[in-house]
Design a binder for this molecule. Structure first.
Ligand code: 8GT
Ligand code: MG
Length: 316
């Protein structure tokens, strides 16, 4: 059996969403492959402490704002330059630090746009992490039905100005023509801001109306045999079976709900954070918490292994 190596991993994030990758230096296993800065947790050391020590050793900086994210286990096979091992990676977001970045171990450093990597190859254990990072932490869901179109479009413009990058149009009570008209306005606005839009509906309608993506309700999800082509695809999930189906189809993301009680379903049987985290452990596709979410819940969602939070009311 290969040994288990515990590793602290730093995802340094700039305010514009870019994150830092480093190349593994010559002389180490998997030399030349790209990874996040970090390294082995020493015995008696906490993951957070190891993270700070590694950032100092490798980059000459001291993280001042850290947020533990997911843990991920991965079995590395033996290769020409490394022995077989199993790693348990403790990922952290690092959003502030002291000091100037330096490559102190001869590694190359590269800031990456989350939607467009320009270095490769990245360590294989990190593939689902890169996938998750390509989506933003905040996912908005439309609410024209309660707000009215004018107020909604105004609020949308405000959120786009503040950096919104992902939205689902979910208006089950609009007729076809009204939905087409709303979609045209929303898509024109979002395209100008490079915000991606998913239609809650069928893949055919999403394509026909010009959306980049589609969001499947759980019924559509369970009936789907393959991922819709050329569409960013998400799905609503409420249990492990649905999450596994979304993962099996290799969907881009899933919404898991209800995490907390909501205004529309105050008495519904919500999951709570513990069950939410349980359902996500071991899953590889990005998942958003939905149901009663407010901006202040984001750290809890991340710490539970989610990519972020989805909000229908609280974000407008
Ligand atoms: N730093 C880092 N390590 C990762 C990532 N993904 C991943 O699978 N690993 C694995 O975790 C282990 C980290 O070990 P390391 O070689 O960086 O350890 P270290 O900095 O303490 O250096 P050392 O070799 O001098 O002990 C390696 O097996 C590496 O392949 C990642 O994104 N960042
Ligand atoms: Mg290292």
């Amino acid at each position: 059996m290969s040994k288990l190596v515990q590793v602290a991993v730093a995802i340094l994030i700039r305010p514009n969403g870019e994150y830092l990758l480093a190349s593994r230096p010559q002389g180490k296993g998997w030399a030349g492959w790209w990874e996040f800065p970090g390294g082995k947790i020493e015995s008696g050391e906490s993951p957070a402490h190891a993270l700070i020590r590694e950032a100092q050793e490798e980059l000459g900086i001291t993280p001042t704002q850290i947020q533990p994210w997911i843990k991920r286990r991965y079995d590395y096979p033996a290769t020409h330059d490394a022995e077989a091992k199993t790693v348990l990676l403790h990922f952290f977001f690092v959003s502030a630090w002291q000091g100037e970045l330096q490559a102190r171990e001869g590694q190359q450093l590269a800031w990456q746009h989350p939607r467009q990597l320009n270095v490769s190859p990245v360590l294989p254990a990190n593939a689902p992490i890169m996938q998750a990072l390509s989506l933003p932490p905040v996912y908005a869901i439309s609410n024209v039905q309660e707000m009215g179109e004018t107020a909604f479009l105004q609020a949308l413009r405000q959120q786009l100005d503040l950096g919104l990058q992902l939205i689902q149009i979910r208006e089950p009570n609009l007729g076809q023509d009204a939905l087409a008209q709303l979609s045209e306005k929303v898509l024109a606005l979002c395209t100008a801001y490079d915000c991606r839009c998913l239609l809650n509906g069928s893949p055919e309608l999403a394509t026909q109306l010009g959306y980049q993506g589609v969001h499947l309700n759980s019924q559509r999800l369970m009936a789907m045999l393959t991922k819709p082509e050329n569409l960013l695809t998400g799905a609503s999930c409420h249990d492990l079976e649905q999450l596994q189906k979304a993962q099996h189809l290799q969907l881009d993301c899933a919404l898991l709900s209800p995490v907390l009680p909501t205004a529309s379903h105050p008495g519904a049987n919500n999951l709570g954070w513990e069950k939410f985290a349980d359902l996500l452990s071991g899953l590889e596709i990005p998942v958003y918490g939905l149901g009663g979410m407010r901006p202040e819940h984001l750290p809890q969602a991340l710490a539970s292994g989610a990519r972020g939070i989805a909000m229908q009311r609280a974000c407008w």
